[in-house]
Design a protein around this ligand. Structure first.
Ligand code: NAP
Length: 267
């Protein structure tokens, strides 16, 4: 019998990552899942303690994985979080922290795993971006920028690894019903802020939208395709806004795109 394929999923304790882990276990894969907190084995997931913002934690987490398996067939860089606030009022510290998790956190885990896959000349690398990388959300400039950076990373990497048998896929969800907004760093807007009113409207729209959105299973479908299909796609845009963003990018001027985004968030 051939050995089960193995995937490492960062941020598997919740939301999209948890759904991906369940799906890959159902498909017979061996699943390593990361979380910042120590966890008992659940439903077959082998838990790896890892904070993607911490060099030593990532080194220790990857050592844990490679002590238990000689090969990783796939990695899903999914761990991420969001901050909220106007560009003018968001300090550099919060902006840096956003990129530390969503961009450098991806790089920190990805780079050693890429080296492992390149030596084997095999593997699949999935980066979780966001439709906001292509259609930036007002008052979430830093989050959107971090996801645009992930998109650029995925596409540059795909060309760099072209000669090798390593497949890169960008998973690009729209709104998905997870706890994402509950753990978001919403920041503080003072009532005398020039952005207070529109920021509050946009925040309400974002908060109301998520619970009405599709569940994480549709993202797990895309991940399963990217990990198992003979011809994985480079980009998987997922969710109810995916078509609109794709069509808008092709057909609308930049100014019309901005207006469509303002209308979408009611600002
Ligand atoms: N939900 C959406 O609408 C949506 C849309 C587009 C893109 N996304 C992206 O999808 C990914 C997953 O989001 P989600 O909606 O599933 O959110 P979630 O339910 O809040 O899950 C986030 C996951 O990331 C992990 N995480 C956060 N910071 C981390 C860190 N510093 N180190 C290691 N792990 C960390 C959390 O694990 P622990 O807390 O256990 O450490 C958790 O498992 C994110 O990259 C997000 O940007 C989400």
């Amino acid at each position: 019998m051939s050995e089960a394929k193995t995937v490492l999923i960062t941020g598997a304790s919740s939301g999209l990552g948890a759904a991906m882990a369940d799906r890959m276990l159902d498909l017979g894969w061996r699943v390593f899942g990361t979380s910042r907190s120590a966890r008992e084995p659940t439903k077959g997931i082998e838990w790896v303690a890892m904070d993607v913002c911490d060099d030593a934690s990532v080194v220790a987490g990857l050592s844990f994985v490679f002590e238990r398996t000689e090969q990783l067939d796939g990695i899903v860089c999914n761990a991420g979080s969001g901050i909220y606030g106007s560009v003018e009022e968001t300090g550099l510290d919060r902006a840096r922290a956003q990129f530390e998790t969503n961009f450098f956190g991806v790089l920190r885990v990805l780079t050693p795993v890429l080296a492992h896959m390149r030596k084997r000349n095999a593997g699949r690398i999935l980066l979780v971006g966001s439709l906001s990388g292509r259609a930036p959300i007002p008052f979430q400039a830093h989050y959107s920028a971090s996801k645009a950076a992930v998109e650029a990373l995925a596409f540059s990497l795909a060309n760099e690894t072209h000669p090798f048998d390593i497949q890169i896929s960008l998973i690009e969800p729209g709104d998905i019903n997870t706890a994402f907004n509950d753990v978001m760093d919403w920041g503080r807007v003072t009532t005398d802020s020039p952005y207070a009113e529109r920021s509050a409207i946009c925040e309400r729209s974002i908060r109301e939208s998520l619970p009405k959105s599709p569940g994480p299973e549709i993202v797990a479908d895309a991940v399963a395709h990217a990990l198992t299909s003979a011809r994985p796609r480079l980009r998987y845009a997922v969710g109810k806004e995916a078509r609109l963003v794709g069509i808008g990018k092709r057909l609308l001027s930049d100014r019309m795109t901005l207006k469509t985004i303002r209308d979408h968030f009611g600002i």
